[in-house]
Write a protein that binds this ligand. Structure first.
Ligand SMILES: [Zn+2]
Ligand SMILES: [Zn+2]
Ligand SMILES: [Zn+2]
Ligand SMILES: [Zn+2]
Length: 95
């Protein structure tokens, strides 16, 4: 019997598709097929790349491809970008 590689206590029954760790079901995110560690570091939009920043609006963690740096160290995710631009350019032309 192998032990979960995260808590090192319970039995490892599930394998993370990203890092290959064998983990117990408490340390596994069934929806994403990822261990707790990977699921907490992945971009919450594409769920493929590692997150590098937090969206200023929704506070989701996003990777460099799913967000835009709108200001120094201020990132806005794809999902919020539209409404962010509307907020900022209310009087702007029809873009
Ligand atoms: Zn565990
Ligand atoms: Zn993992
Ligand atoms: Zn992403
Ligand atoms: Zn956002």
């Amino acid at each position: 019997m192998s032990v979960c590689e995260i808590c090192l206590e319970k039995q490892g029954t599930l394998r993370c598709i990203k890092c290959g760790r064998l983990v117990c079901k408490e340390d596994f995110d069934r929806k994403k097929n990822l261990c707790k560690i990977c699921s907490s570091t992945l971009c919450s939009i594409c769920k493929t790349n590692l997150a590098i920043a937090l969206c200023e609006k929704c506070e989701k963690q996003v990777c460099e491809y799913c967000c835009e740096e709108v200001d120094e160290h201020i990132y806005i995710c794809k999902n919020c970008l539209k409404s962010y631009q509307i907020d900022n350019y209310k009087s702007a032309n029809d873009y």
